[in-house]
Write a protein that binds this ligand. Structure first.
Ligand SMILES: [Zn+2]
Length: 232
C-alpha cells in the first residue's frame, strides 16, 4: 500500500494536501482522507482541487486505495483533498451506533451479528436470533439510547492480535475477515464495546444522538434484519 490512510488516525480531518502518485486504474495518492468502502461503511465522496477541480465519485481498496474521479488529475500533481463532511459525519455516527447496538444485542439479548451495512440515512444489521419480537426491539432501542446518552468516549488504539482475540466479545465477525497482521487497529467504546475495526467513528457516543429501530425483517430461518435511523 503506497497511501497513508490519514483517516485512521484522525477521522475528523476534512481537508488535506496530497500528491498524485499514479492514475492507472484510479487515482493513487501519497496520503488520503477519503475512506475506501469496507466493513459495511460506504466510501467517502468529495473533491480534489489541483490544476482543475476533480469530483471524487468512489473510493475502493484492494492492493491500493483507488479514487475514481471526474476528470482525472495528472501523476505528480499536488491536490487539496476535501471530503463531503456532512455525508462522512453521518457515516461516523451510524458506525459508532452499530457497535453499540451489536454489543448490547449480544450481551443482553444473546443475538450474534452476521452482517451490517451503513447507508446515508439509515443502517441495517443482520442478527442470528430466532425469537425476535417487537418488545425486544423496543427494549434494545431503549438500552442502546441509554448507553449513548452516557457520553462514553470512543478511542482508537493499536493492540497485538493475540491480546484482542483473548477479550471476550471482541470478536463479532468471522476471524478470517480480520487483517492478518500482528497489530490491529482496535476501536474501544469505553466499557461498552471493543473490537478490531477499520472504520471511522465519533469521539463520544453523545454525538450519535438517539437511534430509532423502525423495521425488522425475516432473513431466513434464524436471521433477522434490523433497520435503524438516527433521530437528528
Ligand atoms: Zn465497525
Amino acid at each position: 500500500m503506497k497511501t497513508l490512510q490519514v483517516y485512521l488516525e484522525d477521522s475528523y480531518l476534512r481537508e488535506l494536501d496530497a500528491k498524485v502518485i499514479s492514475t492507472e486504474n484510479g487515482v493513487v495518492l501519497d496520503r488520503t482522507i477519503f475512506y475506501a468502502a469496507s466493513g459495511g461503511q460506504p466510501s467517502d465522496r468529495g473533491t480534489m482541487v489541483g490544476i482543475a477541480r476533480y469530483e471524487v465519485l468512489d473510493v475502493s481498496k484492494g492492493d491500493e486505495i483507488l479514487h475514481l474521479t471526474n476528470p482525472v488529475p495528472s501523476a505528480g500533481e499536488n491536490v487539496r483533498l476535501m471530503i463531503d463532511w456532512e455525508r462522512r459525519y453521518k457515516m461516523m455516527r451510524q458506525h459508532t451506533a452499530i457497535h453499540v447496538v451489536s454489543s448490547i444485542a449480544m450481551k443482553e439479548f444473546g443475538a450474534m451479528i452476521t452482517g451490517n451495512q451503513i447507508y446515508e440515512d439509515y443502517s441495517r444489521i443482520d442478527f442470528n436470533f430466532r425469537e425476535w419480537n417487537a418488545d425486544i426491539s423496543k427494549m434494545l432501542q431503549y438500552r442502546v439510547n441509554e448507553e449513548l446518552k452516557r457520553g462514553v468516549e470512543v478511542t482508537v488504539v493499536s493492540m497485538k492480535r493475540e491480546d484482542i482475540l483473548k477479550i471476550e466479545g471482541a470478536l463479532k465477525v468471522n476471524p478470517n475477515l480480520i487483517p492478518n497482521s500482528d497489530t490491529l487497529r482496535v476501536v474501544r467504546i469505553g466499557d461498552i464495546d471493543i473490537q478490531p475495526d477499520g472504520g471511522t467513528h465519533v469521539k463520544n457516543t453523545s454525538e450519535v444522538g438517539e437511534i430509532n429501530i423502525y423495521k425488522i425483517e425475516n432473513k431466513g430461518k434464524n436471521n433477522k434484519r434490523m433497520y435503524f435511523s438516527l433521530q437528528r
